[in-house]
Ligand binder design. Structure first.
Ligand code: ZN
Length: 233
């Protein structure tokens, strides 16, 4: 069975809609989201509605939690804080209840799903290096752990001598970001994974950045949040 794993949508409806078009064209019904559904972008509610209509199973990201937890919000920079306050004013109670209900970790078959790291998921640590990943492998029990948070796609192997996604070995896979890629490639990023033969596809696809950027500026959100979509950084 093929599954799609998406992350870090950040209220970018144009990017999410394009990702769903690809997922639907492939006939994939099982979709997992690794959090940061909201924050930065101008369409947080519409993104939640789209996820719900596709029965996407999601975990919480730090931006989703920052709506309810001042300790999380305190760690944000000025623009991110402003976007969270703006988002709070533009979500319905139903949207807020949905985000508040998201778990920090989810396990399904051979996969663990978490936003930042399976090691202390509520600390929102950034997994940037093999040293970071090494300490996270003992914190989950499945062969594969899917993460987002850095907005940079990456594969970390527990045994670095193995081939990518070789059965019998363990991996942490960062799927990148749907709504705000930061690896200097402005195309949306997510993964499609075959749970039977372990074939992994990393999808990069352009979307309507001009429209998403204009919505951010028209909404009165910081212009920089729109500009960085085009830069992919
Ligand atoms: Zn994020």
């Amino acid at each position: 069975m093929k599954i799609a794993i998406i992350s870090d949508i950040h209220g970018n409806l144009e990017a999410l809609t394009t990702a769903f078009q690809i997922i639907q064209s492939r006939g994939i019904k099982e979709i997992f989201c690794l959090g940061d559904i909201v924050g930065y972008g101008a369409d947080p509610g519409a993104c939640i509605d789209l996820l719900a209509s596709h029965h996407v199973r999601a975990v919480a990201g730090n931006h989703d939690r920052a709506l309810f937890d001042r300790h999380v919000l305190m760690c944000f920079n000025r623009n991110a804080k402003y976007a969270i306050e703006w988002t709070l004013q533009h979500l319905t109670e139903t949207h807020k209840e949905y985000l508040h209900s998201l778990p920090f970790v989810m396990t399904e078959g051979e996969c663990t799903f978490v936003h930042a790291s399976p090691l202390q998921p509520e600390e929102w640590d950034y997994m940037m290096s093999y040293r970071d990943a090494a300490s996270a492998f003992p914190a989950f029990s499945t062969p594969i752990c899917w993460i987002g948070h850095t907005h940079v796609p990456e594969i970390f192997a527990e045994d670095v001598t193995g081939e990518p996604l070789e059965r019998g070995k363990r991996f942490i896979v960062n799927v990148g970001s749907i709504g705000q890629p930061r690896d200097h490639d402005n195309r949306l990023s997510f993964c499609i994974f075959d749970t039977e033969d372990w074939n992994l596809e990393h999808i990069r696809e352009p979307y309507d950045i001009t429209a998403a950027r204009k919505k951010i500026i028209d909404a009165g959100l910081p212009r920089w949040l729109g500009d960085r979509l085009a830069n992919g950084s």
